[in-house]
Design a protein around this ligand. Structure first.
Ligand SMILES: Nc1nc2c(ncn2[C@@H]2O[C@H](COP(=O)(O)OP(=O)(O)OP(=O)(O)O)[C@@H](O)[C@H]2O)c(=O)[nH]1
Length: 920
């Protein structure tokens, strides 16, 4: 085809593909990506336009843009909200999410869907790296979203929650917002007694925007969707609308400060006097709508709740269990107490019952009536718990878990103006032997494959490659299944994933796994169809198979870049590199180099001479020799830095991988490395990690013990535990081994890695293994002399490996030994009773002749008479003449005595057998 592609024309015009695409988008001409072909007319128009109006495009470029990828997975967070924001409130650019001035306004995909289909790829969405998400309104978007849902949920009654359209849901907000907030409303009102509603709302919003950036999205939603849309209708129909709006805000505030939920009585009094209007419950179930009594009852409950608290101490006592009885109370309009409980994300029925102060059986019964069979120890999620609680007229609030580490690692949104272009970080993923290492090798002209033990890539390494003056950082992620965990990290730290698929093999399980990881991490995927030099290569088949996983090539109308390559001949490699550079250009990868460094530990090990060595990918800022840093529980001052070629460097900017020396301990791979003000700060950072990890470990142990199934199984003796201590040369291998070993757990044996660490197997590892009855697996490490001696003394099994796969295989086999053995009957031989004798004190002795096989002492035997088994039991005695013997072979005579059986006759056939264990 002679049609020119966008990127080709961009080259021709000396422009970026993005400029051209934006221009086309302005003209409502749809192009999917820089790889799309252009109609001649369009190309002509572009030539004209960019020949003349050179100034226009650069102007556009001035406006900082966000990565397109964020806008797909959470469209509610971005595109729609932003558009609305843009239309309705242009000044939003000043606050929170909009703190990048003008950021949203120029983004082509925002206003014109389809203009930048790259952004619409499913995989190109929820970028985890932080920047984009934070831009959406805080570092914890999920939590924020949940909370936002929490606002919508309160439909407050089971069944009224989920499948409602947005508008209905906002309506159904009301009962709860109305019902609850008495106390919540107080604080703000008390603080600002004289204010009008609108002013108050505005103020509070601003306050939140400053204080809690994570709330912006919620605010946006309210401003754009709920409040904005609803206001007119509500004004007319509901006199207390603005009040309600405030209360909703208040409720949020009060979530932060639960202690202040029930405030002073004055306010409550006033609220009580303003009788609450019945909400328009459009989306509710008929019986709920018609069962006004119940709603009223609930509202009354709230009021009752308030009243009760108000009148506390005035002698009015309430039955705390009133919620359990309904109809009469409704009619009597008796004041009751509505309870509100705070529950975690996951809890057991027992815990819920404890919180609700009801007996667990009441819950179980209720659920049973609904056709659900549960046990007290069954774990349920928040939503289910809330539904159950509401059945009992108890309101729920989600326990907000403050992740100290997350808070610690939280970052402020950065000024777009300070951002500078940074190289893309690329990882290579794919199925075993599809050629990842060879491809990376071919790219950087070195030869790693030969050095790898067992021919399998075993660590993450990082390399920088330069293509036409553009740098690309490659993470050498390994492909074996054992490295799933590391690959996951690989995906999280990268911008682009090269999915290597062998043209002769097609999509394999790990290919799919890699796709899922990449999609989950929100990285761009470029498919490299490798081994096209092979005669059996079938590129179309690969395309077809990948299309089933939503990776559709551009020549098929999709938007995924496919590049056929051969790592062996080098064919297509330059195309691949060009595509990486182009994709990176489209992604507009930026970072601020002039700030304290922040990076990711991609590998760490203990070096005998140099101490802990960590390979760090700098993601933001610049890391310099002498900088105080902390990474997880380790900290220190950067003593020296080496780049990917082993050269000493003084500083490392964004996207640059460096090896650093100077940490006090080996950090975990995947840990965030942060530059600190001084060493003291670094130390306290690390200390926080240590204490948090301890708490987490405790929590984990606790939660595991509470798992019902595990407990019952252990109690019944059906469950065995295989404890393992893992030691390896690098942290990545420890993690990989851990993950793979844990996966070996089955119904009968649970694999538990009780300890994992880097370095030689030492005495403490052996003592731990001995105390826990565990085995030790060493990968590329050996036990020191003392450890060996201790292990011999204490009988601790130490197994050493050089290939992870072998370790996993061995453990699997060991586990088979632990499984309850499977027995099979093995027939030993046959004999015929030829004579019988009676002996006092012994019983009947059968004189027999062994026809075939061998009779063994203590074997099992069955007596068959006329084809019918008349006895099956133990052979109590086997004699030749007067002597007990171990065995009697065929062709010999012998005497049998059967355990507890004397009714033997001449001519009886005897079959000897034993149960043997068969390997699984
Ligand atoms: N013919 C041909 N063979 C290739 C090509 N690329 C890789 N190979 C061969 O495929 C085999 C596997 O290649 P690797 O690079 O080790 O594959 P990998 O995906 O890194 O494997 P793991 O590290 O084990 O996950 C090697 O024998 C390579 O020589 C290619 O383009 N053409």
């Amino acid at each position: 085809m002679s049609k020119i592609k966008v990127y080709e024309l961009a080259k021709e015009l000396d422009r970026s593909s993005k400029d051209l695409m934006e221009f086309l988008a302005d003209k409502n001409i749809e192009v999917k990506s820089h790889m799309s072909s252009l109609e001649d007319d369009d190309a002509q128009m572009l030539r004209k336009a960019f020949g003349k109006k050179k100034e226009e495009a650069p102007k556009k470029e001035e406006a900082p843009k966000k990565k397109n990828i964020v806008h797909v997975f959470r469209p509610q967070n971005s595109r729609d909200g932003k558009n609305l924001m843009r239309q309705g409130r242009p000044q939003q650019g000043q606050r929170g999410a909009g703190s990048r001035p003008g950021a949203p306004s120029d983004r082509p995909q925002g206003g014109r869907p389809g203009a930048r289909p790259q952004g619409e790829r499913p995989q190109g969405s929820a970028r985890p790296a932080g920047t984009a998400e934070r831009a959406q309104g805080g570092p914890r978007p999920a939590g924020a979203a949940e909370r936002a849902q929490g606002v919508a949920r309160p439909a407050g009654r089971p069944g009224a929650t989920s499948e409602k359209p947005q508008t209905e849901r906002t309506h159904s907000d009301r009962p709860r917002t109305e019902g609850r907030p008495a106390g919540r409303q107080e604080r703000p009102q008390g603080q600002r007694p004289g204010r009008g509603f609108d002013g108050e709302r505005g103020d509070r919003r601003d306050g939140r925007a400053q204080g809690r950036p994570g709330q912006d999205r919620r605010d946006d939603r309210r401003e754009n969707g709920e409040r904005g849309d609803r206001r007119p209708g509500q004004r007319s129909g509901r006199p207390f609308d603005s009040d309600r709006g405030d209360r909703r805000d208040d409720r949020r505030d009060s979530r932060e400060n639960r202690g202040g939920r029930f405030g002073d009585g004055k306010d409550r009094q006033s609220r009580k006097n303003t009788s609450i209007p019945a909400p328009a419950l459009e989306g509710q179930k008929p019986q709920r709508a018609k069962g006004k009594g119940k709603d009223d009852y609930k509202k009354k409950d709230y009021r009752g709740d308030e009243d009760e608290r108000m009148t506390k101490g005035k002698g009015k006592k309430q039955e705390p269990k009133n919620q359990l009885q309904k109809p009469q109370h409704k009619e009597q309009k008796q004041e009751e107490q509505i309870k509100s409980i705070i529950i975690p994300e996951v809890l057991t029925i027992q815990e819920l019952a404890d919180k609700m102060k009801v007996v667990p059986s009441a819950i179980i019964k209720k659920l049973f009536m609904q056709g659900k069979i549960v046990t007290v120890n069954q774990e349920i999620d928040y939503d289910t718990a809330e539904e159950i609680a509401l059945e009992f007229e108890i309101l729920c609030e989600k326990e907000e878990v403050v992740d100290v580490i997350e808070e610690l690692l939280k970052e402020e949104e950065e000024d777009e103006k300070k951002m500078k272009k940074r190289p893309p970080v690329v990882c290579v993923m794919g199925h075993v032997d599809h050629g990842k290492t060879s491809l990376l090798d071919a790219i950087r002209h070195t030869n790693v494959t030969d050095r790898e033990a067992g021919g399998i890539t075993q660590h993450i390494g990082a390399y920088v490659v330069e293509v036409n003056g553009e740098k690309i950082t490659f993470l050498d992620t390994p492909g074996h299944e054992a490295f799933t965990a590391m690959r996951m990290r690989g995906a999280n730290s990268t911008d682009i994933a090269i999915l290597v698929v062998a043209a002769d093999d097609g999509v394999m399980p790990q290919t799919v796994e890699a796709i899922n990881h990449a999609k989950a991490a929100g990285v761009e995927i470029i498919v490299a169809i490798n081994k096209i030099d092979k005669p059996s290569a079938n590129i179309d088949r690969v395309k077809q198979e990948l299309a089933e996983h939503e990776l559709i090539p551009e020549d098929w109308g999709g938007s995924t870049v496919f590049v056929p390559v051969s790592a062996k001949t080098g064919d297509g490699l330059s195309d691949l590199m060009e595509m990486i550079v182009l994709t990176a250009e489209m992604m507009e990868l930026k970072a601020n180099p002039n700030r304290r460094a922040r990076g990711l530990v991609i590998e760490a090990q203990l070096d005998k001479g140099r101490g802990p060595v960590a390979t760090v990918l700098v993601q933001k800022g610049t890391l310099r020799v002498g900088d105080p840093v902390a990474a997880g529980s380790s900290f220190g001052k950067v003593r020296a830095m080496m780049d990917d070629k082993g050269r000493r460097v003084k500083e490392a900017g964004p996207s640059m991988p460096v090896e650093i020396l100077g940490l006090n301990d080996v950090p975990n791979a995947g840990e965030v490395l942060v530059g600190c003000k001084n060493e003291k700060e670094a130390r306290s950072f690390a200390d926080t990690f240590i204490s948090q990890n301890k708490a987490k470990l405790l929590e984990e142990t606790k939660s595991k013990l509470s798992l019902d199934d595990l407990f019952t199984q252990i109690k019944e003796g059906n469950l065995k535990e295989l404890g393992i201590v893992v030691k390896a040369d690098v942290q990545g291998s420890v993690e990989a081994l851990k993950q793979s070993l844990l996966k070996l757990s089955n119904d009968e044996v649970v694999v538990k890695v009780i300890h994992g660490g880097v370095g030689a197997i030492n005495e403490s590892d052996v003592s731990l293994a001995s105390a826990s009855n565990a085995i030790i697996i060493g990968f590329n490490v050996r036990p020191d002399a003392v450890a060996k001696e201790t292990a011999d003394r204490e009988g601790v099994d130490i197994r050493l490996y050089r290939v992870i796969y072998n370790a996993i295989e061995d453990v699997e086999a060991a586990m088979k030994g632990m499984l309850d053995p499977v027995f099979e009957e093995k027939v030993l031989g046959h004999a015929e009773i030829r004579q019988t004798f009676k002996a006092s004190g012994v019983g009947t002795i059968g004189g027999a002749y062994v026809l075939d096989g061998t009779f063994e002492r203590d074997c099992q035997a069955r007596i068959i008479r006329d084809g019918v088994v008349i006895y099956d039991g133990k052979l109590a005695s086997l004699k030749r003449f007067k002597d007990d013997v171990k065995e009697v072979r065929s062709g010999y005579e012998c005497g049998f005595v059967f355990e507890n059986y004397n009714d033997i006759k001449e001519g009886d056939q005897v079959e000897a057998y034993k149960m043997v264990e068969i390997p699984r």
